[in-house]
Design a protein around this ligand. Sequence first.
Ligand SMILES: Cc1ncc(COP(=O)(O)O)c(C=O)c1O
Length: 400
Amino acid sequence: MAKIDATDGFETLAIHAGQEPDPLTGAVVPPIYQVSTYKQDGVGGLRGGTLHGSGAGPGRWIEGYEYSRTANPTRGALEECLAALECGARALAFASGMAAEDCLLRTVLRPGDHVLIPHDAYGGTFRLFDKMLSAWGVTYHPVRVSDTAAVRDAAAACGAALIWVETPTNPLLSIADISALAEVARAASAMLVVDNTFASPCLQQPLPLGADVVVHSTTKYLGGHSDVVGGALVVADADLGARLAFSQNATGSAGGPFDAWLTLRGIKTLGVRMDRHCYNGSRVADMLSSHPRVAQVYYPGLAAHPGHEVAAKQMSGFGGVVSFRHADGAEAAVEMCGRTRLFTLGESLGGVESLIEHPARMTHASVAGSPLEVPADLVRLSVGIETCDDLLEDLRAALG
Ligand SMILES: Cc1ncc(COP(=O)(O)O)c(C=O)c1O
């Protein structure tokens, strides 16, 4: 009997979707199938499954196993779980968030296409468009994705084939209205892609709001423990899923079984972790908002945040990333990053441990001199799930 049914809640799906007890041994978590190849039941006959279609092009769907670049049971368990959490038709797991982005973009775009990207996109995403895809003939146009009318105008002006949205954005926590942008994309015959890394499916599910594709760096909240790099695509349309699976196999960008297993283990506690990230994040944002050495706080949970209403409409919590501008300028911001006790100076976000970083010189160094350049006095915090009072004390002491 299938363990999952349509009425199951998010936390139930996180623990059980794709994670039936192992049919061979009864192991209650999916084993790590650390294997490259599989014995076949005769030529072309895959163990435990059948092969539909010719196997030569998009549309191929493998139910059995032949080679782990193509499909692996541990990765398959993660993919099934991610599809359930994002309410998608299919999910694919990759070696990194950037591998997922690259697979998507080279599958759905062609030279000559135009793409809209957030004016404050993640630096690595910007670099992919700026240094890799532009050499391939794809043109990108930065736009303020929190301004739906500006996105509509920009899509019409360039004939955009794809609208790339982060919400909240990295590192300025801007909020885009996903359902409004889905209408804009539909009217422009463009694909709407939402990078849901900052919210995770626990706080926001873009596909039911009308997005075509969800992108994740599973390195962040989904994995949750700063011990694995990974990425994912989740799609609403099974045919697009099959095209992406073909590309993933053709280019070899899938993640390994141990990485899939670690990510799946992290996902089991996503719900309870996000509760604490949101609680700690909002208390940190409140404290910083009234601190004399802080010029501006970026956190969508603050009533003064320009995207607060939209965030409250489409998110069930505001997450654990808080950015702020140091009132004493860029050097003070850099120095503060080296003075915290519990907040570790480091890139990445979404782990149980708190991190602090200086985006202009670290995660977003690749956007220096571009229209996406971030303020030099900006500090980004990934607020972890430690005791909140300890985190507040650490930040107060580092601010001086
Ligand atoms: C919003 C966002 N998208 C994508 C990525 C890329 O993911 P990865 O580092 O797993 O390749 C990151 C990484 O920081 C990110 O913050």
